[in-house]
Design a protein around this ligand. Structure first.
Ligand SMILES: Nc1ncnc2c1ncn2[C@@H]1O[C@H](COP(=O)(O)OP(=O)(O)O)[C@@H](O)[C@H]1O
Ligand SMILES: O=C(CO)[C@H](O)[C@H](O)COP(=O)(O)O
Length: 485
């Protein structure tokens, strides 16, 4: 039995394109998006819906064939606690303790499902009627083990940055040396960890990623993933198949099927279609991961161009003609059509900032930073112990001292230290043989901080600019557009 402690799905930043109003896409340069705003003039009369399920909240973007945004919105994840059985009569103290440990007892699947349907409600109903296709990106390696008959989770989800090092010896014994799955936070380590812990439910179990499961709620064809989300369970996007060393394992029976991102999986289920007023021909398309969606949104198409997602975490993606992977450093390559998105994801990033400063404080303090003067402070900003990239060390400790008296200096030191991690990441990709980076675009909440951008330009020694679009949801909408075509 589930007890919903509180539903805090806050409605924020819903920006609907008003007829005859000028619409402003969410860009760093605040360029406006000129054009006839009459609904009837929506190019081709059809719209494409992308949803991004990030670390701290979810967003949607609704675009037309030309890429013009017609509506966008955001929801924070509501807090559902998975309290069951006699604990229902727990004391307030126990409940408070549970809330404090909310990450362990949070009912994430219920929160994501609730957020999905809240976001669909937030899409203006008159626009929903002309939505042709939908796609979703989710945090990479966020893993659900569900009942293949009902889709109900059999276990709590393993989050993207969760590590299962106890499974590493088994995974290393079957995978090629330094393969992408040879990291404690890989999906395969999470699968092996569950498999070795649970034998009663193996027969009906099915592995799905966060984006796969949310898309399944819309199309109803269980067990379909994409080759970006499936990379970290061991899918080989070059072979376009699971490798034999994985298929020969007993748990390969619970792996999902895999499609290229953006390909149509099927029509929206009838109950969902009638509940939200989607047209009969509305299709649901295979998704991707959040940092790849952010890369797609930036529309960087030449090798050497890169996108740094400065969200709760720091994920870098470099477009390369060569594939590179080395789990010792948390480096792997995603396939993007005929090229490779080489990169990795660090646990440093905005989540550390959010532990210390509010967004308003970040704005105020940043105004007093001189980005051209290097900070002498040498931190390794992490929320908790454990790092994935450019060092794969599940025990790496956060380093955020000494803390200076001045919060401006403290924030400057954090920005500069994260910039150094970013620079180390790009340098590592070059050393491992990837195409050398020549320009970095930025996505995510940190993209709007001009002072941080200047610090990063100085530390990277490269031009750093704002992506024309900064939202992963926009990238997911481009996938939906691709799927419809
Ligand atoms: N002005 C700012 N300067 C730097 N970082 C910021 C600023 N405003 C918000 N952030 C950071 O952006 C992060 C949220 O970015 P977002 O892309 O929404 O994250 P995610 O989707 O990964 O949850 C927060 O952790 C916050 O600390
Ligand atoms: O940090 C993350 C969540 O925000 C993910 O790890 C990020 O998506 C990087 O993974 P991938 O490169 O597979 O997209």
């Amino acid at each position: 039995m589930m007890l919903a402690i509180s539903e805090t799905g806050l409605w924020s930043n819903l920006r609907v394109r008003k007829s005859r109003a000028r619409h402003r896409t969410m860009t760093c340069s605040n360029s406006s998006n000129e054009g006839n705003t009459e609904l009837g003039s929506v190019l081709g009369g059809r719209l494409y819906l992308g949803m991004d399920f990030g670390t701290s909240g979810a967003r949607f973007a609704l675009i037309d064939k030309q890429g013009t945004t017609h509506a966008e919105g955001k929801r924070d994840y509501p807090l559902f606690m998975a309290l069951s059985g006699p604990k229902l009569r727990i004391s307030l103290t126990k409940l408070t303790e549970s809330l404090e440990k909310s990450e362990e007892t949070m009912d994430w699947a219920r929160s994501w499902k609730s957020t999905l349907f809240s976001l669909l409600e937030d899409v203006p109903s008159h626009l929903r009627e002309i939505v042709t296709s939908i796609s979703i990106d989710g945090t990479s390696a966020t893993t659900l083990i569900v009942d293949s008959n009902t889709g109900e989770p059999l276990w709590r989800p393993f989050l993207y940055n969760e590590s299962c090092p106890e499974a590493l010896p088994t995974v290393r014994s079957i995978a090629p040396e330094n393969h992408t799955v040879c990291s404690g936070s890989s999906t395969l380590c999470k699968l092996v960890s569950w498999w070795e812990r649970e034998d009663s439910q193996r027969k009906s179990a099915l592995l799905m990623h966060q984006a796969d499961w949310l898309l399944w709620l819309l199309h109803g064809k269980i067990g379909v993933s994409d080759y970006n989300n499936a990379l970290k369970v061991g899918y080989d996007p070059e072979l376009d198949a699971y490798p034999s060393w994985l298929l020969s394992q007993p748990y390969s029976q619970i792996l999902p099927s895999v499609r290229p991102p953006g390909t149509s999986i099927g029509h929206v289920k009838e109950d969902i279609r009638s509940q939200f007023g989607f047209p009969e021909d509305c299709v649901v398309c295979a998704g991707t991961t959040d940092s790849i969606a952010a890369f797609l949104a930036a529309r960087a198409s030449q090798p050497g161009k890169a996108v740094t997602s400065l969200g709760s975490t720091l994920a870098i993606k470099l477009l390369s003609t060569t594939r590179v992977e080395d789990a010792r450093f948390g480096v792997y390559s995603h396939r993007l059509d005929d090229k490779w998105l080489v990169g990795g994801a660090s646990n440093t990033g905005g989540a550390v900032l959010r532990q210390i400063f509010t967004d308003e404080q970040l704005e105020k303090l940043s105004a007093n930073i001189n980005p051209m003067v290097p900070s002498p402070l040498d931190y390794y900003p992490l929320k908790t112990a454990g790092e994935r990239f450019p060092v794969a060390d599940p025990n790496m400790a956060p380093r955020l001292d000494p803390r200076p008296q001045s919060d401006v200096e403290f924030l400057h030191g954090i920005f500069e230290s994260i910039a150094r991690i970013e620079a180390k990441g790009y340098g590592l990709l070059k050393d491992l043989g990837a195409t050398e980076v020549d320009e970095v675009f930025t996505a995510g909440g940190g993209a709007k901080n001009d002072k941080w951008t200047k610090i990063r330009e100085r530390v990277l020694g490269l031009p750093v600019s704002c992506a024309s679009q900064t939202e992963a949801a926009y990238g997911a909408a481009l996938l939906a557009l691709k799927g419809a075509q």
